[in-house]
Design a protein around this ligand. Structure first.
Ligand code: SF4
Length: 234
């Protein structure tokens, strides 16, 4: 991300945000009680900036950072199990230069893809409170304005899907009631008559991947569909 751009300034503001006292306290607690395997890590333990290609056509919307994943490494999805699934799929379809990323300084790069989340601080038990999601919402809304080339949005899981719909409605999209499921494709007309595609997927959380609710072929199909959409759309 180029320094000095509005997107970059927004991310700097995010990392300084302290709007949710419960989460600020929790992040301090997390860095004081690190699991043994990460005891040598200097935890990020602040709000996480979103990242990726500012000219991306594909926007991925996650839920929240993991306490010992992104919150540890300082970059969304980096160093956690969900990230391993996501980055692997992105690499398979040409949206990332490496099949995984363990540290924020390992030269991992996204191409034509940008990753954000509905909430930027890791919440206890991965469950943000509604008011915390609300506090974080303006950052996502601003990103939707700044990421001008997005044509496909992939919200990861039902909460990100609901928050994406709510945000698009707020931006003036006329969207009927849409149901969530894995692999649904919705074509939406932007207020200025451009097409935007929403592709739904189950979240690659361990709860879904370890139970077989989400398999690798299922998850990779989503990104194959994304790729095809970009090839078909003019
Ligand atoms: S969750 Fe969002 S709004 Fe709340 S403190 Fe973190 S960055 Fe700020």
């Amino acid at each position: 991300m180029k320094p000095g751009t509005k997107l970059e300034k927004l991310q700097t503001m995010v990392t300084r945000c302290r709007k949710c006292p419960r989460l600020v306290t929790y992040l301090q607690e997390v860095s004081k009680h690190k699991p043994r395997r990460y005891r040598d890590w200097d935890y990020w333990s602040k709000p996480l900036p979103s990242f990726g290609d500012p000219d991306a056509q594909v926007l991925i919307v996650g839920l929240a950072p993991a306490a010992n994943g992104g919150n540890r490494t300082g970059r969304m999805f980096t160093g956690d199990r969900s990230g391993e699934w996501l980055f692997n799929a992105l690499y398979q379809f040409g949206f990332a230069n490496q099949p995984n990323s363990f540290r924020a300084d390992d030269d991992f790069k996204l191409d034509d893809c940008y990753i954000t989340a509905t909430i930027r601080c890791a919440p206890p038990k991965n469950k943000p409170l509604p008011e915390e999601v609300e506090n974080c919402w303006p950052y996502f809304l601003e990103e939707l304005d700044l990421l001008k080339k997005v044509e496909v949005i992939v919200p990861l899981g039902q909460i990100a899907f609901a928050q994406t719909l709510k945000s698009l409605r707020q931006k003036g999209f006329e969207i009927p009631s849409l149901s969530f499921g894995h692999g649904k494709i919705y074509s939406l007309r932007t207020p200025n008559s451009k097409l935007l595609t929403l592709i739904t997927t189950y979240h690659p959380s361990q709860q879904n991947t370890q139970t077989g609710k989400l398999t690798r072929p299922m998850f990779h199909r989503i990104f194959r569909t994304v790729k095809k959409k970009l090839e078909v759309e003019p």
